[in-house]
Design a protein around this ligand. Sequence first.
Ligand SMILES: [Fe+2]
Length: 249
Amino acid sequence: MIRLFKKKPNEAVKLPIYTDIHCHIVPGVDDGSPDTATSIELLSRMKEWGLRRIYASPHVADDVFENSPDTLDPALEELQEAVKKTSLDMVIERHAEYRIGELSTRQIEQGIATTLPKDYILIENSFMQEPWDLENFVFNLKLKGLVPILAHPERYRYYNSTGSTGKQRYSELHHKGLLFQTNILSLAGQYGSTDRETAEWLISMGFVDFLGTDLHNHRHADTIEAYLRTNKARKHFDALKGRLLNDTL
Ligand SMILES: [Fe+2]
């Protein structure tokens, strides 16, 4: 009898995009998927969410993830070959998530940084403090004809720890032409309520240009799947309608 009154779980909504520009599914190159088999499992879950085109973004960061095309391209090719042997029918390409620092600067200067189509480049701040040369870094990218996208702005706590001043900085950066990519995991509450509220504020201001999963592992996939069954997800996706650039790539 009790079962009759039990609330049926909400049906999962699909993501409002079919192109992901931020995830760590290139196997064995960073803190994301450790091997091809795991990558294939993660991709099959992503397909369920409506994703069809994946631009994976392995970390390129001083000291911790010293990747370059030499390490990333063979790993990507291995994954692409493995995907061909499945019925996934998804396009898998890569660019990278360039943390502002020496290594990224060098690769950009050498012309070996991998960009998205239309010359978009995904950059990441330090989580500790805003890079002292952020504006100069962005300016230099633009001089080269690149269009910088800041990965998960909502996750840099120093931008909202100071209240309205921090929020002011988001406006400044966005108005200067730095595009913003918000994590679906942030909206799902993976990193706590502060980051989620900031992500919601960015949506309300019209500052979210791209969404990305930032998927690293199955635990993240569980979070996204639970989120897709919530009314919050429906509300977020409604608010983003017509704004996202993911599928224009
Ligand atoms: Fe990432």
